[in-house]
Design a protein around this ligand. Structure first.
Ligand SMILES: Nc1ncnc2c1ncn2[C@@H]1O[C@H](COP(=O)(O)OP(=O)(O)O)[C@@H](O)[C@H]1O
Ligand SMILES: [Mg+2]
Length: 303
């Protein structure tokens, strides 16, 4: 349903479809299609500090899906991916009444056997990497030179895997721990792929005036071959910084939840459920930021 008083679309926070619900993540609703493939829907939910907020960001899910599609295409010569179709015409007949709400935010994907590892690459020291570095001088067991400042650029991008936790924070692990979980051969392949894809994506972002500080990929096996799955290189899974304002020595403004985090800090939310709602201006400014990232990275003016 659309708000008639306002040109802003309403946020879609949850889908209810006549299909078996396979998972409801923080952002995605995932259903199983009659043929066994998955229907992957990016909703407009937004999470901060590991909680889904009471307010959605209108069209955020569309921006995430369109950016993932852009990157799948950009990277298709480097790595196969799980995408089958993003066209509502390919949905089964029983979803006809839902086409409008799903348009632009859905992907039909091949079900993969997911590696239980988040494949993170970092070119700058920030976020959990900065925290680990301050404590130990290393990130995920990769030693770094002393004297780095927050947001400093590393001499080369590093692979810093994380274990997928079902609840709460994902946990940074060393390469050896990753190798124990998935085998040294798979861990080596995923590390090499992660760094290769990261280099390609960074080069594209840089050509658009954006620094890719870090990102998280998820890989799975499809018919025995490694494929890039999940969302890719969205502002939710990546730290993108405007190159023009880059200034190491502190946190950088980014193309995602900065307004949200600032607001939540300003009201001193204790970061326990239930998560608060967002004022309209914070939600609107956040939506603008996601759209700006989409426009800059894809070169397209609108969704
Ligand atoms: N092709 C795929 N087959 C099976 N599972 C997938 C595939 N691609 C991504 N996934 C999983 O789907 C979930 C995506 O939903 P999301 O809302 O991002 O959840 P989360 O809150 O765990 O990040 C993740 O758990 C991811 O590992
Ligand atoms: Mg996710």
């Amino acid at each position: 349903m659309r708000d008639t008083k306002n040109t802003m679309p309403e946020a879609l926070r949850e889908t209810v479809l006549p299909l078996p619900l396979t998972a409801r993540g923080k952002v995605r609703d995932i259903y199983t299609l009659p043929d066994g493939n998955l229907l992957f829907i990016a909703t407009d939910r937004i999470s901060a500090f590991d909680h889904v907020l009471a307010t959605g960001i209108p069209d955020k899910g569309r921006i995430l899906t369109q950016l993932s599609l852009f990157w799948f295409d950009h990277l298709r010569d480097t790595i196969p991916n799980h995408l089958i179709s993003a066209d509502v015409a390919d949905l089964p007949k029983e979803l006809a009444p839902h086409k409008a709400e799903l348009n632009g935010r859905m992907m039909i994907v091949k079900r993969a056997q997911m590696f239980p590892i988040e494949c993170v690459a970092r070119a700058y020291v920030s976020g959990s990497g900065w925290k680990d570095y301050q404590r130990t001088g290393a990130v995920c067991g990769v030693p770094l030179p002393s004297g780095l400042r927050e947001s400093d650029k590393l001499s080369e991008p590093i692979f810093t895997p994380a274990a997928k936790n079902n609840v709460g924070h994902d946990e940074n692990i060393t390469f050896d721990q990753a190798a124990k979980t998935i085998g040294v051969e798979a861990a080596t392949k995923l590390r090499d792929l992660t760094l290769t894809i990261f280099a390609r994506a960074s080069a594209h972002a840089a050509s658009k005036g954006i620094l890719l500080a870090d990102t998280k990929f998820e890989f799975g096996l499809i018919d025995g071959r490694i494929a890039l799955c999940d969302e890719v290189l969205t502002p939710d899974s990546s730290r993108y910084w405007p190159a023009a304002t880059y200034k190491p020595g502190g946190p950088q403004p980014s193309f995602d939840k900065q307004f949200v985090r600032d607001y939540l800090e300003s009201i001193h939310w204790n970061k326990q459920a239930p998560a608060p709602a967002l004022p309209a201006d914070v939600a609107a400014k956040t939506g603008e930021k996601y759209l700006e990232a989409y426009r800059l990275l894809t070169g397209k003016a609108r969704l």
